[in-house]
Ligand binder design. Structure first.
Ligand code: SF4
Length: 147
């Protein structure tokens, strides 16, 4: 069983409600091999919501208290991102998931790149908060681009 980002199977849970359906990930769901999660919604954030970026590092740095997640209005949403990551991990462990397919570039789900915290559209190498927690917990994380 895999954990997959809910937006990849067509849920309109992105900050802007834009669909980002990935056919291969959707197929995993239809075959009964995937459980969809949206960590940002699980952490209590509404949809739509302002976009957020990690400031001062990547998801591992957020887990270790060296970086924060800030939305475009300047609100610190680190607590919500951490809560969502923990909920996603709990779900993964509950269903015995050993791997995940997560949406690239997201401050929660990115597994190779995230936006750099300047809200200027620039990406930097790094992982999102949920991806970092899953990786630290022994779950293999891929993106829809690398699976
Ligand atoms: Fe939710 Fe992750 Fe998709 Fe963002 S990338 S909408 S947190 S599932």
């Amino acid at each position: 069983m895999k954990i997959v980002s809910a937006c990849l199977i067509g849920c309109q849970c992105r900050y802007d409600q834009r669909a980002c359906l990935d056919a291969e990930t959707e197929a995993l769901l239809k075959e009964g091999k995937a459980i969809p999660v949206c960590p940002e919604q699980l952490g209590g954030l509404p949809t739509p919501r302002p976009p957020a970026e990690i400031v001062g590092g990547d998801g591992f740095d957020v887990l270790d208290g060296r970086a924060r997640v800030i939305d475009r209005t300047g609100r610190d949403v680190t607590a919500e991102f951490l809560a969502g990551a923990r909920q996603a991990l709990r779900l993964a462990q509950a269903v015995g998931a050993t791997s995940a397919v997560l949406k690239e570039n997201s401050p929660s789900c990115g597994s190779s790149f995230v936006y750099d915290g300047t809200f200027s559209g620039n990406k930097t190498a790094g992982v999102g908060v949920t991806a970092a927690l899953l990786i630290r917990s022994g779950i293999a994380v891929q993106s829809e681009q690398t699976k």
